[in-house]
Design a protein. Structure first.
Length: 323
C-alpha cells in the first residue's frame, strides 16, 4: 500500500523547466484571480494551536500531521498527499519527523512549489519567564501553514494554470540558538532524500512568520540572490495592491531558513517571505514575541494573512506565462 501511494505521488511531481531563467519571467496575463479568505486562514491557526505546541515527538505533533493529511486529502485528493516520515537522533533523543507533500494539478509538467515549516519550537529562550517551555508558535510555524491550507482550499475550486506543490517541512525550529546543524531537519532530509529525483519546479516561495502584528517583509538577501526577478515581481504586486508598508521595498537581512537548504540541495530558486527587520547596526531583528510564549493567537493579525494571500494568488493565477 505504501508502495502504491509512493508511486502515484511520484507520477504527480513531474519534471518541469530546465536551468535557464525563463521560469522567472512574469507578465500580467489578464486572468481572473480568486479571493483569499483570511477568516479561514485564521481558523487554521486556531486549529493548530488547539493541539498544543507541535514539538517533534509530542502527541500534538502526531495529531497535527493527521490534521494536515485530512485537510490536503480533502482539497488535493488522497492520492496527491504524501507524508515523508523519518527518524533522526537529535540531542541524544530519537525523534519522528514528517514532511507533508501535496500536489495540485498533477497533469502539469510545469510547476512551482510553496512551503512553510509546521513544527513549533521546543523551547522559547527569548521568554524571560519560561525559557524552557515549548512555544505556541502561532506566527512562527502556524501562520505560513494556514496560508497554504487556505490556498489549497482555493486550488480545489479553481485549478491554477500551473502545477502547484505544497511542502510542509518539519523540524525547522528544533536547534538550540546558534546550532544551525540542528535546524532545518525536514528540509535537509527532503533535499538529501528527494521523493522525486529530478524534481525541478520553476521556483519556490517559503512563508515564515507571515501573520503577526506589525509585520514587515523587507527583501531577504538570500532570496534576492537566488531569484531576483521573483522577488521583484512579488514585491511589485504587493505595492500595486497597496501593501507597500508590509512588503518593504528595501534590502533585509540574510536569514538562514529552509529556502537556503532547498536551494543548496536542489538548485530550486526559492525565496522567503519572512517578518524581520534590520536594526541600526544592521543586525537582524525578529518580532518582539519571537521564540516566546507571546507567539500566540493574540498577536495574529488577519490583515497580514490577507495581504500575503492576495499577493500569492495574483502571482499564481495571473502573472506566470504558461503555454
Ligand atoms: Zn522560529
Amino acid at each position: 500500500m505504501k508502495g502504491i501511494l509512493f508511486t502515484s505521488i511520484i507520477s504527480l511531481f513531474l519534471i518541469a523547466c530546465s536551468d535557464d531563467q525563463s521560469g522567472l519571467q512574469f507578465k500580467d496575463q489578464g486572468r481572473d484571480v480568486p479571493e483569499f479568505n483570511s477568516r479561514n486562514a485564521f481558523s487554521f491557526i486556531e486549529d493548530q494551536l488547539a493541539f498544543g505546541p507541535r514539538v517533534p515527538g509530542s502527541d500534538a505533533h502526531r495529531e497535527a500531521v493527521n490534521y494536515f493529511r485530512d485537510h490536503f486529502s480533502e482539497t488535493a485528493g488522497q492520492r496527491s498527499v504524501f507524508v515523508q516520515q523519518f527518524e533522526q537522533e537529535i540531542y541524544n533523543e530519537t525523534l519522528p519527523f514528517y514532511n507533508v507533500l501535496v500536489s495540485f494539478g498533477g497533469e502539469h509538467t510545469d510547476r512551482i512549489v510553496l512551503a512553510a515549516h509546521w513544527d513549533s519550537r521546543p523551547r522559547g529562550e527569548r521568554d524571560p519567564d519560561n525559557p524552557e517551555l515549548p512555544i505556541p508558535g502561532a506566527d512562527d510555524g502556524a501562520s505560513g501553514v494556514s496560508v497554504l491550507m487556505e490556498l489549497a482550499t482555493i486550488f480545489k475550486e479553481n485549478p491554477p494554470p500551473i502545477g502547484v506543490d505544497i511542502i510542509l517541512f518539519d523540524g525547522e525550529d528544533y536547534g538550540e540558538e546558534g546550532d544551525l546543524a540542528n535546524y532545518f531537519i525536514g528540509s535537509r532530509y527532503w533535499g538529501q532524500n528527494p521523493p522525486v529525483p529530478g524534481y525541478n519546479p520553476r521556483f519556490g516561495i517559503l512563508l515564515d512568520m507571515v501573520g503577526g502584528e506589525g509585520a514587515v517583509f523587507p527583501k531577504e538577501v538570500h532570496s534576492v540572490n537566488f531569484a531576483p526577478q521573483l522577488v521583484d515581481e512579488v514585491w511589485s504586486i504587493a505595492a500595486e495592491k497597496g501593501h507597500g508598508e508590509l512588503f518593504l521595498n528595501e534590502r533585509g537581512g540574510r536569514v538562514a531558513d529552509d529556502h537556503v537548504i532547498v536551494e543548496q540541495y536542489t538548485g530550486i530558486p526559492m525565496i522567503n517571505i519572512i517578518h524581520h527587520r534590520l536594526n541600526e547596526s544592521g543586525q537582524i531583528e525578529f518580532p518582539p514575541y519571537w521564540h516566546s510564549q507571546k507567539d500566540d493567537i493574540d498577536i495574529i493579525d488577519r490583515n497580514v494573512l490577507q495581504a500575503v494571500g492576495d499577493v500569492l494568488l495574483e502571482l499564481i493565477y495571473n502573472r506566470i506565462p504558461v503555454d
